[in-house]
Design a protein around this ligand. Structure first.
Ligand SMILES: Cc1cc2nc3c(=O)[nH]c(=O)nc-3n(C[C@H](O)[C@H](O)[C@H](O)COP(=O)(O)OP(=O)(O)OC[C@H]3O[C@@H](n4cnc5c(N)ncnc54)[C@H](O)[C@@H]3O)c2cc1C
Length: 445
């Protein structure tokens, strides 16, 4: 089959855009990646914080070994070995009210015998409390997590609720029961091996972003930073032109466009596009302090303000998802509240409170409520050369790393389906490699 040469334009260098670009470049496509910011990574990146005097991540990101699309992506960019975590699936927890500590330890293998072992489950729960979660699978598409599960049960407070809030960045009152089921089916449902928690050894950028840019560069992809897409021009059934601040790019007949910008931006650029329109905040507090080196990678907390506390190279880092209740508190108030919980969890002195950076991501992800899920658009559009990617598109997965990467891979697959086979491996071009490391941050207090 002879095919015309065509260019794959990818706009947005967050995880969705990077995953699309990496997939397209791997197929020998001519790839151009445009990013508005002077750096890649979007909502998943690291930067140098001048006040703290160290690099921090915009937010703590936890992966599970069962996130296979993410692992494939990391494998492709040669960054799989930049993740670390416990050898087995172990989730240490503390109850901030009682001080009680326990570790959830799902066993390897598909048969979940761990639920019948008191040493592996939440203290004070029974095996039946875990089987009750099957109600999520049978729930109506409009049901929320609290409607499907018994919120009075200890397993709800100490396990299902913290997991739902962390995975969906949505309170159990609002979160879709079906979507939570999907998360559990892909992780706990696949046994302990799929639940092994993984975190970047250094930072988000060192794992997810920098190796992808280097890989794309090596593949001859052209990467343009500071390229903000202002408008798209349309003909009857296709996009004809990309209008950037700096000039326009006409699309060739067989070119494809993967639009991998956040939902709000996509809705401005694409007429009549429906997207989720309610967002849920995440608050992170990064404390520069000394931490015993052999302490756990992270600890989950119930009954406190903090939800997950991570041990980092720079100290301790606290995450609060679905953080509506605290997002308007001042940075000083948050510093005190969250340090009290972090110190308790890691058994370090509560006084003095160490220097901290509070990062509020008010639009961290869309609210994973049943109603908002109905607003997720498909990857394909009515324009034959325009594909959508991003954690908001309808992948059936939550707005998270795995979902963003899945969307990019799916968009790339649809883009190439229509374009046919690549012409030939294109020669290494001189790369518009104007990558700048920026220390600017999204939202700071
Ligand atoms: C604080 C925080 C904590 C999180 N924790 C986790 C976690 O523990 N586990 C997990 O799996 N997920 C987590 N997530 C979610 C995860 O980070 C996101 O789902 C994912 O990064 C979204 O990627 P994306 O490519 O869809 O969007 P984005 O990262 O938003 O990327 C979009 C890109 O498009 C660019 N852009 C915007 N407008 C334009 C334009 N006009 N022209 C050109 N470019 C443009 C942006 O600059 C950006 O680089 C967290 C998110 C946050 C904010």
């Amino acid at each position: 089959m002879t095919t015309r040469p065509c260019t794959m334009h990818v706009v947005g260098a967050g995880l969705a855009g990077l995953a699309a670009a990496v997939r397209l470049a791997a197929e020998g496509r001519d790839v151009r990646l445009y990013e508005a910011a002077p750096h890649a990574g979007g909502r998943c990146r690291s930067y140098f914080d001048a006040e703290l005097g160290c690099r921090i991540d915009n937010g703590n990101h936890l992966l599970l070994a069962g996130n296979h699309r993410t692992r494939d992506y990391l494998d492709q960019i040669g960054a799989l070995d930049t993740l670390e975590g416990p050898f087995d699936a172990v989730f240490p927890f503390i109850d901030a009210e009682s001080g009680c500590r326990w570790s959830l330890r799902p066993n390897r293998g598909l048969f979940p015998w761990w639920i019948s072992s008191a040493k592996r489950r939440v203290p004070g729960t029974r095996a039946a409390d875990y089987l009750a979660v099957l109600a999520l699978r049978r729930s109506h598409s409009s049901a929320t997590v609290v409607e499907a599960l018994d919120r009075e049960a200890r397993a709800f407070r100490c396990l299902w609720e913290p997991l739902a809030v962390a995975a969906l960045n949505t309170s159990a009152e609002h979160a879709s029961a079906r979507l939570f089921w999907r998360v559990l089916a892909e992780t706990l449902g696949r046994g302990g091996t799929a639940c092994r928690p993984l975190v970047p050894c250094q930072g988000l950028s060192e794992t997810f972003i920098d190796p992808a840019l280097a890989h794309l560069q090596a593949q001859g992809a052209e990467i343009r930073f500071g390229a903000r897409l202002r408008a798209l021009r349309f003909a009857l059934d296709h996009v004809t032109e990309l209008v950037f601040d700096t000039g326009s790019v006409a699309l060739g007949r067989d070119d494809r466009l993967v639009l991998a910008v956040p939902a709000t931006v996509a809705a401005r650029l694409v007429p009549t596009l429906t997207v989720p329109d309610i967002y849920s905040p995440i608050v992170n507090a990064h404390f520069r302090c000394a931490v015993p080196p052999c302490s756990p990678y992270f600890i989950g907390m119930v009954g406190g303000t903090a939800e997950w506390i991570f041990r980092k190279q720079m100290g301790l880092s606290v995450t609060v998802s679905a953080a509506d209740k605290i997002v308007d508190l001042s940075a000083e108030e948050l510093r005190g509240l969250l340090w009290r919980d972090a110190a308790l969890a890691y058994r370090v002195p509560a006084d003095p409170v160490p220097p901290a950076r509070i990062v509020k991501e008010r639009r961290a992800t869309f609210l994973a409520s049943p109603a908002q899920l109905l607003r997720r658009p498909p990857i394909t559009t009515r324009w034959r050369n325009l594909l959508l990617a991003g954690d908001y598109v309808d992948t059936g997965l939550p707005a998270a790393i795995e979902g963003a990467i899945a969307s990019g891979i799916m968009a790339a697959a649809r883009a190439t389906e229509a374009a046919g086979a690549p012409v030939a491996s294109h020669p290494q071009r001189s790369n518009a490699w104007n990558r700048r490391q920026s220390d600017s941050v999204p939202v700071h207090e």
